[in-house]
Design a binder for this molecule. Sequence first.
Ligand SMILES: Cc1cc2nc3c(=O)[nH]c(=O)nc-3n(C[C@H](O)[C@H](O)[C@H](O)COP(=O)(O)OP(=O)(O)OC[C@H]3O[C@@H](n4cnc5c(N)ncnc54)[C@H](O)[C@@H]3O)c2cc1C
Length: 328
Amino acid sequence: MERSGKIMVLAETAKGDRPASISLELMGLGRELADGLGTSLSVVILGSGVGDAARELARYGPDEVLSLDHPSLGAYNPDLYKEAILGLLKSSPPRALLAGHTSLGQDLLPRLAFSLDCGLVTDCVGVKVEGGEILFIRPVFGGNALAVQKATTDTAMATVRARVGEVPAPSATPCEVRPVEVETPAPRLEIKGREIIEDRECPLEEAPVVVSGGRGMGGEEGFSQLRELASLLGGAVGASRPPVDSGWAPTTCQVGITGKVVAPDLYIAVAISGSTQHLSGMSEAGKIVAINKDPDAYIFKVSDYGVVGDWKQVLPSFTAALRETARD
Ligand SMILES: Cc1cc2nc3c(=O)[nH]c(=O)nc-3n(C[C@H](O)[C@H](O)[C@H](O)COP(=O)(O)OP(=O)(O)OC[C@H]3O[C@@H](n4cnc5c(N)ncnc54)[C@H](O)[C@@H]3O)c2cc1C
């Protein structure tokens, strides 16, 4: 079937109203798709006071930036975000809409796909054009196999993991930023307040280093040691599921099949046994270091470096050495 339409990327902002790094990565991926299909690349940004982020996005190679800037879009509200972007998608249906596999992408894209009756592929680790079709690659069976999928609908939607696309080199000649009028229906959901439980300075999915703790941390106190190590390494703290279930770490920290999927340059797994459910959330890490007192722990089989020992002895000296290096 011949299909027309541009490639669209849904951008998000990070703290400080910069474009999130996942959004810049999607610009690289979106550009490859657009060039492969001979079409254009649009980037959509929603929010309140997103002018600077929109202008920044315009430097990363899209053909246009569509800016939906409205006070009602200041914080994520699924109804308002969905309605704001639906008008745009209906008036000019894209061939594909890409978003990050982030909290926002995972919440918003299913709503959009359902409203427009579009195919949606989530958690992609690859997207490419082959024979004029867009193919989406995603892990299945707990990360033990990769499925290659395509949408049979005119518009395809996909959420893509962080660190899959390459950030394009910024250009000195940015494209046009087009303001788009925002429809503001009465939302069914009123946000009464917000509690920040995740460090948006260094979101887990985007962190170059992730230091994760498992059940063997034994309690909350162990996690404060992990936080210090992560901060010395410029990274974020993750966790396997048991510490989250026990309340030692927030749910936003969970790595794995029912948590977040991370692909940092360095993943340090402390007192984590290496279940398939956990591994499917971090097996794409560049280098994996495991600290575990059990020499037969499965995590050592997938690690590049391993330390057999009690974390209570290993971690303080490692952290102290890093602290010294940071001071020099
Ligand atoms: C449907 C489903 C979804 C799931 N989703 C997820 C998910 O998304 N993410 C996830 O992580 N899990 C998930 N799980 C749970 C998963 O099956 C495992 O139970 C979990 O990953 C185990 O976590 P762990 O490695 O921290 O704990 P354990 O398997 O109990 O391992 C603890 C490790 O700590 C080591 N240890 C203990 N004390 C010390 C010490 N002092 N120093 C050093 N090492 C020590 C032990 O040797 C052991 O290897 C899911 C399970 C199900 C059924």
